[in-house]
Design a protein around this ligand. Structure first.
Ligand code: G3H
Ligand code: 13P
Ligand code: ZN
Length: 328
């Protein structure tokens, strides 16, 4: 099947208590690792591209890589989505250039400015044939997205009392909210965490009260969670063991994301976990094979580990394994 927008995926995810994985792609190996796992697990998927990814790999290369994945995986629905669209022009370029879904990120603007910008993108995207879906955002996450850096402590949770007005005035198809997740591999400091009986650091829980209050206002309307990597300690250890330095990298516990997926969260964004798997694997490979210099030799195990981490997310976190057919 051809690339799809996110409408049907989100309808099914909301109705059946799972979420669609939205994974960031920057090169061929990442696209292959993700889509091979989704094909084998019969899962719908969103491949998303940031402003930074477009600058790194070039718009056309990324679209063609995703089109290749669609040709290789005709049995699963795949959406191509712009992640953190910074302005109308970038969204327009992606809508005109083959994307089936875009995010316009006006979360750093005032409410009125965010509404105006988001509405402008929605009007353009929905008039496109075929219809392009649009994700908006209310509330800000800590961390770094392209060139916007929000210091920890300066993030702001979504205000449930604003969501109905935002959705109605903009016409967005989904809404990203801030409930305590953040971008990158350092989501919580050890001071913010408690230790469990095994001595493992446990981060503070996400603000499920806000998620539930938003769902009470919006019903089944699709909610999106950014910054949802869990920062697997197995890969943090691998990075640190083989020359890296990532002390105190801590992510969102997977059980909490599973809970969120059962509620109104229909899209869960994961990028850092794939980066960690790739980097850890490559560091290990070179430490163990200092004589090798063929990029294929290190990219092959890196791609294989991306595939396995995505498979794990589909089955154990998102709950969307086996759901491809109902999302078509
Ligand atoms: O939220 C941002 C994503 O992880 C993409 O990161 O802007 O470095 O491509 P990037
Ligand atoms: P992570 O950094 O937690 O993987 O979040 C990715 C993201 O939100 C992309 O938009
Ligand atoms: Zn994000």
């Amino acid at each position: 099947m051809a690339l799809v927008n996110t409408k049907k995926m989100f309808e099914q995810a909301a109705k059946n208590g799972y979420a669609i994985g939205a994974f960031n792609v920057n090169n061929m190996e990442i696209v292959q690792g993700i889509t091979e796992a989704c094909k084998e697990e019969n899962a719908p998927v969103i491949l998303q591209v940031s402003k930074g990814a477009r600058a790194y790999a070039n718009h056309t290369y990324l679209v063609k890589l995703v089109e290749a994945a669609v040709a290789e995986c005709p049995e699963i629905p795949i959406a191509l989505h712009l992640d953190h669209g910074p302005d109308f022009e970038t969204c327009k370029a992606c809508i005109d250039g083959g994307f089936t879904s875009v995010m316009i990120d006006g979360s750093h603007l005032s409410f009125e400015e965010n509404v105006a910008l988001t509405k402008k993108v929605v009007e353009y995207a929905h008039a496109h044939n075929p219809y392009v879906t649009v994700e908006g955002e209310l509330g800000t996450l800590a961390g770094i997205e392209d060139d916007v850096k929000v210091e920890s402590g300066h993030e702001s949770y979504t205000r449930p009392e604003e969501v109905i007005e935002f959705v109605e005035r903009t016409g967005v198809d989904s809404l990203a909210i801030a409930i305590g997740t953040s971008h990158g591999a350092y989501k919580f400091t050890p001071e913010q965490c408690t230790r469990n009986a095994d001595g493992v650091l446990v981060p503070p829980p996400l603000r499920f009260d806000i998620l539930k209050a938003v769902a009470e206002k919006l019903g089944d309307f699709p909610i999106v969670l950014h910054g949802s990597s869990s920062v697997p300690q197995e890969y943090v250890k691998m990075v640190n063991e083989f020359g890296g330095k990532m002390p105190n990298a801590i992510g969102v516990p997977e059980e909490q994301l599973r809970e969120a997926a059962k509620l109104s969260v229909c899209k869960i964004n994961i990028d850092s976990d794939l980066r960690l798997a790739m980097t850890g694997t490559i560091r290990k490979f070179y430490a163990e094979h200092p004589d090798k210099f063929d990029p294929r030799e290190y990219l092959k195990p890196a791609r294989a580990n991306i595939k396995e981490i995505v498979r794990h997310k589909l089955i154990n976190v998102l709950g969307c394994a086996g759901k491809a057919d109902e999302c078509k």
